[in-house]
Every structure is written in structure tokens, then in C-alpha cells.
Design a protein around this ligand. Structure first.
Ligand code: ACO
Length: 405
């Protein structure tokens, strides 16, 4: 590793690295990723073990504090989270300013940014206690914000959080409960959702996390910085891919399963089409999250029975994966299924609508974003992020009056 900032100071060196392919923007002790070997660890714990044995709130504690909680720590943490699940009543009116059928991600960008107006005065980001409360507020409120975005887009009444429920059950309750009938979340779906939240909780310096860090590096309000991260996540090259995968799979199923045609399109450079849910900047091997999610998806569909309506999507995805992995184009470029490839089928099977997929990703990633923000502010080397550029514009020239142009 070369410390360019030192070389810059001593010798005036610059690097040109569009897309930050080979530039570390920070030191971090939160998440370890080895893209060649397909390894992902949170605070040193392999993702496979956390997926098997942990819960989402336990993973939140781990990411924030660096260590697994004991029973007492976890029960206090869970309790603290439940004390912050409500939104200020005025926020309900804020929702009604959005277009009637707004995409829930657009609402989420706005609502999370707007919360900075509630948590602004007298809040000092350099006070660790304040940063802890901010993390608790965000983790606690995000399911409420997410579910209300959905309820608003559907013209349904907002459902308040129920603090006797665990994190994932509470989200499903706010999504699906109706004043007219009692809703009990299916334990199968609660477990699947909790697993998806664990797998999406952090992924080191991806586009949205780097956005949160860069926005926050100016000392900006953390709610505003997270809102910027949510905006970044929304793009189809990042978190928006889970929604795009299902649209692609549905198109393939509707085209009589002409999988080969879609693979050929993805290889054709004159066509902007890409296989959604395929490829990753860092993983040049299997994304370990995709392996876990594919298995969970298979188990869930098996429990729903052979005639379940999502089987066709899964079979098509599986076929696509097989064809692509045997194709030179994908092999040479190390393109494997990523976290988004199978996750959407699980969400669909749970009754989650397509436009909520990236919202759920944002809900999960909130703990990663705020842990990374916290780590950045606490770092002794903390300074504003300010990339440089290679200027390619005009040389110096004199202003010409409009009559003489
Ligand atoms: N389908 C077809 N070809 C692809 C795909 C794909 N999904 N992904 C990359 N390639 C090709 C590119 O065309 C390029 O080919 P070339 O060398 O002949 O020009 C080569 O593979 C390298 O691709 P880049 O775009 O340079 O890779 P980069 O690291 O910049 O992009 C990304 C990674 C954005 C994930 C890309 O693979 C992609 O667009 N995938 C589809 C969208 C997706 O699934 N995003 C989710 C990522 S995971 C997440 O953010 C949660």
C-alpha cells in the first residue's frame, strides 16, 4: 500500500483513479472483504456464521460497538431501540406533501433528510454520546419511515410501531396491519427478513457508504448525510438492482424463457443492457451473500410448495446463472451473481412489493452507514473529503462581449 497523501506532501504526487478502483479513502475496522476469495466478515465474524446464528439487532450492536453483546447488553440495546421507534407527529403531514404515488425511495430520501430539522440544535457530532443516540434513533426509526413510505404510496393509514415485537416482525406489522383486521407476521417470513437485514447490514466503502462519509465529512447533520446515502443506494448499479433483477426475470419468463437471448444481449456492447444482479466491483468470485440468499430462497420456496407462484422466477434465475457461469464472457470478467440476484424473489414471496426492495436494503444498511460515519468522526485523522481532478478544459482566455461572439 502506498500512502499517496504523504507522497503528495513531499513530492506533489497525484493519482488519477476514476470510480476509486484502487484508492482507499479511509481506515476502517468494521467490515473485512476479500473479493478474490469471496470472504465477508463483520468485525472479524464470518458472514456465514452471523447468518446462521445471529439476529439483526445483535449484528447492529456488533457493528456499532465492535464486539458481540452479552445477554444483558443485547436486551438493553433492544429496549433502547424500541424507545426511539416513533416519528414526530408532524412528520405525518410531511409525507402528504409527496406525490400520491411517489416511489417509496424518493419519500425515504426526503423524510430522512427532513429529520435533520428535528435533531439539529445543540447536537454536537464530536460528542460520542450524541453519536450513539443518533445511531439508535436512525436504526429505530428507519422501519417506521420505510413502512410509512409504502402506506402513503398506497393511500393506507400509517400504522404505529408495536414495541412488543422484534425488529423484523415490527416492520412487517407496520407494512401489513390494517385497522380492520389483525395481522400476525409469519415466523418464516420474519426469519427470512431478519436474515436479509443481516446480510445487507454493511459492506465497507461501497458507493452509498462512501457518500455518507463524504457528505458527513464536512460536519453535516448525520440525518442529512444518510439521506445522501439513500439517494446513492437507489441507483440500479447499486441497491436499485434488486428491483431491476425481478423486472428482468419477469421479462424473461414472459418471453417464453428465452434465457440465451438475454445472455447474448448482456454481452452485446452496442446494447446497454446488463444482467442485473451480476458482477461486482470487489467480488471477483462468488458473493458469499448470494450463496446464502440462494439457499434461503430455495428453502422458502420449498416450504411454500412446488406450485408456488415464484418458482418460475427462481428457475429462470438459476438457469441464467448456469448459462452465464459457463460462458466465456462472464468467466473472463469474473462476473458472478451478487447479493441482489436472489434476494428479490424472497421479498416477493413474503408479499413485499417491488418498489419496497431497495427501501428494505436502506433499512438494513442504515446501521452500516451510521457505524461508518461514527468511525470517521472519531478518527484522529478525520478531515473533510475532497477528491482532486485532472482538468481537461480550455486554457486561459479573455472574456468576449456578447455582441462580439
Ligand atoms: N452484465 C454484463 N456485463 C457486465 C456486467 C453485467 N451485469 N457487469 C459488468 N459487466 C462487464 C462490463 O461491460 C465490462 O466489460 P468490458 O471489460 O468488456 O468493458 C466488465 O464487465 C467490467 O465491468 P465494469 O462496469 O467496469 O465493472 P464495475 O466494477 O465498474 O461495475 C457493477 C460493477 C456496477 C456492479 C456492474 O457489474 C453492474 O452494472 N452490474 C449490474 C448491476 C448490479 O447488479 N448491481 C448491484 C451490485 S451489488 C450492490 O451494489 C448491492
Amino acid at each position: 500500500t502506498i500512502d499517496i497523501s504523504q507522497l503528495h506532501k513531499e513530492l506533489g504526487y497525484f493519482t488519477f483513479d476514476p470510480g476509486f478502483v484502487a484508492t482507499a479513502s479511509c481506515r476502517s475496522s468494521i467490515t473485512y472483504l476479500d473479493g478474490d476469495k469471496g470472504i465477508l466478515e463483520y468485525r472479524g465474524y464470518p458472514i456465514e456464521q452471523l447468518a446462521e446464528s445471529s439476529t439483526f439487532t445483535e449484528v447492529c450492536y456488533l457493528l456499532l460497538h465492535g464486539e458481540l453483546p452479552n445477554k444483558d447488553d443485547l436486551s438493553k440495546f433492544d429496549h433502547t431501540i424500541t424507545t426511539h421507534t416513533m416519528l414526530h407527529e408532524a412528520m405525518k403531514r410531511f409525507y402528504s406533501g409527496f406525490r400520491r404515488d411517489a416511489h417509496p425511495m424518493s419519500t425515504m430520501v426526503g423524510v430522512v433528510g427532513a429529520l435533520s430539522s428535528f435533531y439539529h440544535h445543540g447536537e454536537d457530532i464530536h460528542d460520542p454520546e450524541h453519536r450513539k443516540i443518533t445511531a439508535h434513533r436512525l436504526i429505530a426509526k428507519m422501519p417506521t419511515i420505510a413502512a410509512w413510505s409504502y402506506r402513503y404510496a398506497n393511500g393506507q393509514p400509517m400504522v404505529y410501531p408495536k414495541n412488543s415485537l422484534d425488529y423484523s416482525s415490527n416492520f412487517l406489522h407496520m407494512m401489513f396491519s390494517m385497522p380492520t383486521e389483525e395481522y400476525t407476521p409469519d415466523p418464516l417470513y420474519v426469519k427470512a427478513l431478519d436474515l436479509l437485514l443481516i446480510l445487507h447490514a454493511d459492506h465497507e466503502q461501497n458507493a452509498s457508504t462512501s457518500t455518507v462519509r463524504l457528505a458527513g465529512s464536512s460536519g453535516a447533520n448525520p440525518f442529512a448525510a444518510l439521506s445522501a446515502g439513500i439517494a446513492s443506494l437507489w441507483g440500479p448499479a447499486h441497491g436499485g438492482a434488486n428491483e431491476a433483477v425481478i423486472r428482468m426475470l419477469q421479462d424473461i419468463v414472459d418471453s417464453d424463457n428465452d434465457v440465451a437471448h438475454y445472455v447474448a444481449r448482456a454481452k452485446d456492447k452496442s446494447d446497454r443492457f446488463r444482467l442485473m444482479g451480476f458482477g461486482h466491483r470487489v467480488y471477483k468470485n462468488f458473493d458469499p451473500r448470494a450463496v446464502i440468499i440462494r439457499k434461503t430462497c430455495m428453502d422458502l420456496l420449498a416450504k411454500l410448495g412446488p406450485d408456488n407462484e415464484y418458482q418460475a422466477l427462481f428457475d429462470t434465475a438459476h438457469e441464467l446463472e448456469k448459462i452465464a457461469l459457463a460462458d466465456d464472457y462472464f468467466v473472463k470478467r469474473n462476473l458472478y451473481p451478487n447479493v441482489d440476484f436472489y434476494s428479490g424473489i424472497i421479498l416477493l414471496a413474503m408479499g413485499i412489493p417491488l418498489n419496497m426492495f431497495t427501501v428494505i436494503f436502506a433499512m438494513a444498511r442504515t446501521v452500516g452507514w451510521i457505524s461508518q460515519w461514527n468511525e470517521m468522526i472519531a478518527d484522529d485523522d478525520f478531515r473533510i473529503g475532497r477528491p482532486r481532478q485532472l482538468y481537461t478544459g480550455a486554457n486561459t482566455r479573455d472574456y468576449v462581449d456578447i455582441e462580439n461572439r
